[in-house]
Design a protein around this ligand. Sequence first.
Ligand code: PMP
Length: 416
Amino acid sequence: MNTIELHKDTSFDVNKLREQFPILNQSVNGKPLIYLDNAATNQKPLSVINSISNYYETINSNVHRGLHTLSERATEAYEASREKVREFINAKSANEIVFVRGTTEGVNLVASSFGKANINEGDEIIVTEMEHHSNLVPWQNLCREKNAVLKYIPVNDEGELILDDLENLITEKTKIISVVYISNTLGTINPVKKIIETAHRHNVPVMLDAAQAAPHLKIDVQNLDCDFLAFSGHKIYGPTGIGILYAKEKFLEDMPPYQFGGEMIKSVSYEQTVYNELPYKFEAGTPNISGAISLGAAIDFINSTGLEVIADQEKKLFDHAMNRMKEIGGIRFIGTAKEKASVISFLLEDIHPYDTGSILDNLGIAVRTGFHCTQPLIEQRFKLPGTVRASFAVYNTTEEIDIFAEGLKKVKQMLA
Ligand code: PMP
């Protein structure tokens, strides 16, 4: 251990950190904003906001094209960001990192390209009952197009996957399993490593939807041995419109391009086209250059804050919120898995989630209400009209949670 590690400052000053998030310092409906909708998108630190304007003020230019200096600088910054992503998830090579619009496009890319090449009539794809629509609808659509079968790993009443039957669910027809790493609705952290090991025993590749995992825990794609993984920039303190697809090189080599046009080609004649090498084969057209660069700034923010510090703060907020909410009485928690992230889905008495959400909004408190893009899970599995969801980020405070709990008491007084 070196001296820096020995003297590492472990104190975390949330108020100091909040100075980096100008959006938090405002009133909504005459009350200080309390932003508890972080699972939908989290707020951006100044370093990320500045990196966007800095890009347009200093190096805006198209990448991989011009020989001129600005284009070289933009390309360098764009590729440096890819390298940061590679390191962030411990991929073997930057060739395995494809910039996409977000998790949704990452899944669509795999369903469309891998699906086109590998899924045939009668084949099977496995997902879970707790998937976000973006890791369900693309597979549903692929199955419809190919006359393939979509199977579901079931969820128990606590919101955990029932994996006892996974071995039986997998057959020689199974071509891919795609699973959410952390559920955005239930907060469940799924045992994805175990699922991957089981799938690989049957030579079935696994895709992970890491949209909610990337902001909360260290992702190591080599240790997990996942074959595909996608996450969105806007859920890791980065901008919207950018995310990444990770895929093992052997899959990307074999998969056909997802979109066609400039950038994804090596040479074009009137008769035929030779596709570009990885990862450019999957990045047709001018990419979201400023988005990719500021995704790198978001990763810098996470690294400098420390994923452990983020996880500790979120755990503290989660425990505090659960204690305060249990005191209120009449709250039904949806998703009580042993392994949980800082997401709390609930119903207050028999009050409709929208009513709870609108009263909280009047108090300046932003929570999410409804299906959270997991309609089958809420409606068919849990038979609910929706839930209220509070989700925490590193910049939230226990004082904010106290005000949230007081808000819930007020809702209960008014409507229960
Ligand atoms: N999967 C999960 C678990 C999510 O929470 C989300 C976003 N709510 C997505 C996928 C989709 O992400 P995006 O809209 O950024 O593509």
